[in-house]
Design a protein. Structure first.
Length: 173
């Protein structure tokens, strides 16, 4: 019986449990902090890649919206009246004119579609068709119109992560 009492006193106040020492707890805490730091670094790198992919997708969507709408208008236009670096002016049908206008804004560039049906020019819709935002430490985006011929319109959209060149011709000329 004396041997049994000696063994229980050696184990400490918690019977049947040796417990962890302070050194063991500090080692585990140190290992967990290292694993956490490495995980955080990997996750932030992954999120940076996701943000870049998201930006590319946004710009491609904006360019697609602009080019799709403009292609429909140019193909259906009865006449391409004028094309300058910042403006395209079309006659869709008698009494309906369409104008695409590039506007520089503090955050980048906006492209507006305006219509005229005998009265003043009106934005259609009430927000820009496309907006290209300047990224931090990035180049200023650009949208340029040009005319490859009498019945066509070329559009060049260039940002830090996107370059699109598209030419569309009217089917009436």
């Amino acid at each position: 019986m004396a041997a049994r009492e000696r063994r229980s006193r050696a184990r400490g106040p918690l019977l049947g449990s040796a417990g962890f020492t302070l050194v063991e707890m500090l080692v585990v805490a140190g290992l967990l902090s290292i694993v956490g730091g490495v995980s955080a670094a990997l996750m932030s790198g992954g999120l940076t890649g996701v943000r870049a992919a998201w930006d590319r997708a946004d710009e491609a969507r904006e360019a697609g919206r602009l080019l799709g709408r403009m292609a429909d208008d140019v193909r259906g236009a009865q006449q391409v009246l004028s094309v300058s670096a910042a403006t395209v002016h079309l006659i869709e049908t008698p009494g309906l004119q369409v104008r695409y206008q590039i506007t520089a804004v503090p955050s980048g560039i906006e492209v507006w579609r305006e219509v005229q049906t005998g009265g003043p020019w009106k934005n259609d819709p009430m927000r820009p068709i496309a907006t290209f935002v300047q990224r931090p430490q990035g180049a200023v985006p650009s949208v340029v119109f040009s005319s490859p011929g009498a019945a066509g319109v070329s559009v060049r959209v260039q940002t830090d992560i996107l370059l699109v060149d598209e030419t569309v011709y009217s089917r009436f000329e």
